[in-house]
Ligand binder design. Structure first.
Ligand SMILES: [Mg+2]
Length: 255
């Protein structure tokens, strides 16, 4: 008989939200190189089964990239910092951005950054990421460039990240995405748990704390999260311990 993780039922009380980059997968110089280890995907599948599908990914990446990174898992997810949402039953909600404005923003970004060594633009559906991991000294000047461009398009806003400035539709964030998913099955009525590593995850921590859930920040830096893991590997061990009932989530709650 196949061995199945034993559990005491606590997984059926909780909803699990995971950021991907820097949380489920170590950061890499190029986003294309980021991978979630196969063993971790298997654990996430187990967790999803035990929680009746209450495992969602909440990422700055578009949904198609999330699905690629987490395959064969394909459940509820929020992409592009909450601008795209897919519920477990497959309903899509998305920010609709003006394609002319997107093209104009793209052209202006190219005009100002093409000549900057180590800076590159990633087009992500209704958003853009301006990466400067290979040009860290460009952080300030890039912020000014990106902000000046966005000032011309009130439907968009600037989002800070690790070695990246992002331009995304205004009015969406990971907190709102988690809040929305928490009103849909199978998340509804559960206690939210959210793990993230970056500035963009703070909106998620805030919402989860409001709902007396569990918020976990990976790595250093100011955070509203009530718990802290030093590194990605600590999260991997935590997921394993959760599946083996070596930890009780109730003791981690921010009540
Ligand atoms: Mg992250």
């Amino acid at each position: 008989m196949m061995s199945k993780p034993q559990h005491d039922g606590q997984q059926t009380d909780y909803a699990f939200f995971f950021d991907i980059d820097g949380t489920l997968a170590p950061l890499q110089d190029m986003p294309d190189a980021v991978q979630i280890p196969a063993t971790v995907i298997e654990q996430l599948i187990d967790l999803s089964k035990l929680s009746d599908g209450a495992v969602a990914f909440v990422s700055g990446r578009p949904l198609n990239q999330i699905d690629h990174l987490t395959q064969p898992l394909r459940g509820a997810a929020a992409g592009t910092h909450g601008a795209e949402i897919r519920t477990l039953d497959g309903q899509h909600l998305g920010a609709s951005a003006d394609t002319q404005q997107l093209r104009a923003i793209e052209q202006q970004l190219a005009l100002h950054t093409d000549s900057m060594d180590g800076v590159w633009i990633e087009k992500k559906g209704v958003a853009f990421a301006v990466h400067y991991r290979q040009a860290p000294t460009a952080q300030q000047v890039l912020h000014q460039i990106v902000q000046r461009i966005v000032d011309g398009y009130p439907a968009f806003t600037v989002q800070a990240g690790k070695c990246v400035w992002e331009i995304k539709p205004r009015g969406y964030d990971k907190g709102k995405a988690i809040n929305y998913l928490m009103m849909t099955p199978p998340f509804i009525g559960r206690i939210p748990v959210f793990i993230g590593d970056d500035v963009t995850d703070e909106a998620g921590f805030h919402i989860v704390n409001q709902q007396q859930g569990i918020s976990i920040k990976i790595g250093a830096g100011d955070s509203e999260a009530t718990h802290r893991f030093a590194e990605v590997e600590q999260l991997y061990r935590w997921i394993g311990n959760l599946l083996n009932n070596k930890i009780t989530l109730q003791t981690m709650r921010s009540v």
